[in-house]
Design a protein around this ligand. Structure first.
Ligand code: SF4
Length: 491
């Protein structure tokens, strides 16, 4: 039964909706198989800090061109949101935006007194003032723990402001304490956008395909052209108007199923836009399946076959040459769930042995309920098992311990700050900034070359290792990495 209910203001959290977990240690095959028999989360008796759902909701909403975002809470909860203003700037020019505009990020700055008397009036006044200052086409209000604890009626305040101002004012319930799985923040943002911005379709457009993504380079424009379609990138860099009719697209594809699981399912179930039944196109086998699934949904299978044949003719010899150069190399991956699986696909295809992975959470099944969208299952089937597979919500002490033991030839990290740990240990480390860069057949060449370059240019990290101070003690590095995970020996 679908867990999507747009009549409710709040999204159901991932732990409940799709049984996601944040603690696991074992191998990838066991984890995939656990889907069948019921997956159980493992608690940690010690934990370093985690991410917060608020920043994930901000990651989507702050980057909408003509919107403004208010964090309803203490100012500290908004202190990391400026990073998305940075993301916006460094990714310019992107998606045809001619002139970048300053991001509009505000906080209601709840104080101690507000937690006694309530923050509703402060929020109503802030929405008014933000509108006067920005004339945004939509205002998003992100809730925080403090606002949730004091029980502010954020939904009613937003609805009243919407009537008064005549623009969508969207309450997004993403308090950090609501979920251990911070990607619930993406779902919360999509839930609000689907409730208040996306309209029922007026017609179906064969020339538009939704791409749920972050801010990767524009590979889909060229891929969709033979099908007579253009990508509609959602959500970052879109506009309020552009989002309205995402409901009219011929299909939805995703760059990362962890990111787009909920929105893809909402677009299909509530607006009739089919989501393609295939995991994103990383690795040759998955890229073949992805183009075929897309061709089938568009009724243009012969075009998909033609693309596959032409691209393989061009890129397979290059991929084979890279495999020879990379033979015998090992790698470790740390990333969010589906993109981590995608990187494991890329490694498998390039013949690099993945000696382990620290993946930030695990969704046993996505909101579509389709097993074909399970990229980890595909990875295990296409390229074999991955041992030392750890699900850890960015517990860096576990990562450092595992890296120190496994000593791979290269570390691939999706999130800023994580490459530091590899570099300090003298391990060449690559930050994956553009999630589209390794997609498709050409992506394997892009990444193979990049990985080779990183491995060969290791002088800096080797020198850094000699001078770096590791904050973790010798005692910790001698313990098993999962010492504090339930079932481990730590208390
Ligand atoms: S919403 Fe909660 S978890 Fe997130 S930054 Fe604020 S206090 Fe921390």
């Amino acid at each position: 039964m679908s867990k999507i209910n747009l009549s409710l203001p709040e999204v159901q959290i991932r732990e409940i909706r799709i049984n996601s977990i944040t603690g696991y240690q074992g191998d990838a095959k066991e984890l995939v198989e656990a889907r069948e028999f019921g997956l159980k989360d493992k608690e940690r008796s010690f934990s370093q800090c985690l991410g917060c759902a608020t920043s994930k909701a901000a990651c989507m909403t702050v980057l909408i061109q003509d919107a403004a975002v208010i964090s309803h809470g203490p100012v500290g909860c908004a202190s990391c949101l400026h990073e998305f203003a940075f993301t916006y700037r460094v990714n310019y020019p992107l998606r045809g935006i001619e002139r970048p505009t300053p991001r509009r990020i505000f906080s209601t700055n709840l104080k101690e007194k507000d937690t006694v008397y309530g923050g509703n009036i402060k929020l109503a006044n802030t929405i008014r003032e933000v509108y006067e200052r920005t004339h945004a086409n939509a205002i998003f209000v992100l809730t925080t723990c403090a606002a949730g604890i004091i029980g502010d009626d954020v939904e009613s305040v937003c609805n009243e402001a919407e009537e008064e101002l005549g623009i969508p004012v969207v309450a997004i319930f993403c308090e950090g304490f609501r979920s251990k799985v911070w990607t619930t923040g993406f779902d919360a943002a999509y839930h609000g956008i689907a409730r208040k911005l996306i309209q029922k379709p007026r017609r179906r457009r064969d020339d538009m395909i939704n791409v749920i993504n972050f801010w990767g380079s524009d590979v889909f424009y060229e891929w969709f052209a033979p099908f007579g379609a253009k990508p509609n990138y959602i959500i970052p860099f879109s506009t309020v108007n552009g989002l309205k009719y995402a409901s009219e697209a011929a299909a939805t594809v995703q760059a990362c199923s962890t990111l787009g699981s909920y929105l893809g399912a909402v677009l299909e179930q509530d607006f009739g836009v089919p989501e393609i039944p295939a995991a994103p196109p990383y690795g040759i086998a998955q890229t073949d399946r992805w183009f075929r699934a897309l061709g089938k949904i568009l009724g243009k299978e012969e075009i998909a076959e033609k693309i596959i044949a032409e691209k393989k003719k061009e890129y397979l010899p290059k991929i084979e040459a890279l495999r020879e150069k990379l033979a015998g190399k090992t790698a470790y991956v740390t990333a969010g769930a589906a993109h981590g699986h995608a990187l494991l696909d890329v490694l498998g295809e390039l013949g690099i042995k993945a000696v382990g992975a620290a993946i930030f959470h695990h969704d046993p099944i996505y909101d579509s309920g389709r097993e074909e969208n399970d990229q980890l299952a595909q990875r295990v089937a296409d390229y074999g098992n991955v041992f030392n597979y750890n699900v850890c919500n960015k517990q860096e002490f576990e990562l450092v311990n595992a890296l120190n033991r496994l000593r791979p030839d290269v570390l691939l990290a999706r999130h800023g700050g994580m490459t530091l740990w590899g570099a300090k240990l003298g391990i060449p480390s690559l930050l994956i900034g553009d999630e589209h860069y390794s997609m498709g057949y050409e992506g394997l060449v892009n990444y193979g070359e990049r990985i080779l370059e990183v491995i060969e240019n290791d002088e800096f990290v080797k020198n850094l290792e000699k001078h770096a101070i590791n904050p973790y003690t010798k005692w910790w590095l001698e313990q098993p990495p999962y010492y504090f995970l339930k079932g481990g020996t730590g208390k």
